[in-house]
Design a protein around this ligand. Structure first.
Ligand SMILES: Cc1cc2nc3c(=O)[nH]c(=O)nc-3n(C[C@H](O)[C@H](O)[C@H](O)COP(=O)(O)O)c2cc1C
Length: 252
């Protein structure tokens, strides 16, 4: 599940420090996938509630791990660029930060009848607990039709049930958002679409950097490694910035 990044090559990433440029429109396009399925997206393996060991860079002393967050990629696709991006974040994270990668693959479609009759499904309840225990949430979202993908929105919707549990799971939870697309827009419209969701759930969005990975077909090697030097550098800065933000956020 964990990998170290490969040596970088070309740059194809968009990131800017705040404030964002509000005048630059998205050039995101519904672009067909450029890569075949390159790998099985292995997103299993939720983070431990206690201080976990990082396996992303080999053996890291537990003493250095001070912050544990959970990462979720919003794609079920084998070879998902966004799943690769999440794994790259974990691999490039500072040693004091542990990024546990969770899966939404077992989250069913939301059904109010199921909720009323059976309650929240087991995989949803488990994921809720994992998010509640984590000090922050790293969401890696594809862009579909200039918005967020339904599969990830569906998962967040289930995770917000019942509403009385939202404070435990989401309120004041630091959240960072990024995404990758083979198109040119870098998921900027999807990222904008997530903002009201985070606000509704009472999350604390980290706005220190914005990261839009465009042209994802050239960013990742066939084995999923990041081969773009700029992406690697900006990802490293992004994760380090979020780690600082999370570490500075009081725990409930
Ligand atoms: C239904 C659908 C709509 C899409 N719409 C967009 C879009 O609006 N903007 C974009 O950049 N890419 C769009 N794409 C292309 C996705 O960015 C691409 O499939 C990407 O690889 C999905 O992320 P993943 O690799 O993590 O699965 C769309 C893909 C699908 C299947």
């Amino acid at each position: 599940m964990w990998r170290s990044p490969a040596p970088p090559a070309t740059a194809n990433v968009r990131q800017r420090s705040n404030p964002p440029c509000p005048t630059e429109g998205s050039d995101a396009a519904a672009t067909p996938d450029q890569h075949p399925d390159l790998e099985r997206t292995a997103l299993k393996g939720p983070p431990r509630a206690d201080v976990p060991k990082s396996t992303s860079r080999g053996a890291v002393a537990e003493a250095h791990v001070m912050t544990a967050i959970i990462g979720i990629a919003g794609s079920l696709r084998r070879g998902s660029y966004n799943a690769r991006l999440l794994r790259a974040c974990a691999a490039l994270a500072p040693r004091e930060l542990e990024i546990g990668i969770a899966s939404i693959a077992e989250v069913p479609l939301y059904d109010g009848d199921v909720e009323r009759e059976q309650g929240v499904p087991g995989p949803v309840a488990q994921l809720k607990d994992e998010i509640a225990r984590a000090q922050g949430l790293l969401l890696v979202s594809p862009e579909y039709n200039n918005s967020m993908p339904g599969v990830l929105k569906n998962a967040i919707d289930w995770l917000s049930r019942p509403p009385a549990d939202i404070p435990r799971v989401f309120r004041n939870k630091p959240v960072a958002l990024l995404g990758a697309t083979p198109g040119r827009g870098g998921t900027r419209l999807a990222q904008a679409a997530w903002l009201p969701v985070f606000r509704t759930l009472g999350m604390r969005l980290w706005t220190g950097k914005q990261l839009y990975v465009a042209g994802a077909g050239e960013v990742f090697a066939e084995d999923g490694e990041v081969v773009d030097e700029a992406v690697r550098r900006l990802l490293t800065e992004f994760v380090a910035g979020f780690a600082e933000f999370v570490a500075g956020t009081p725990r409930p």
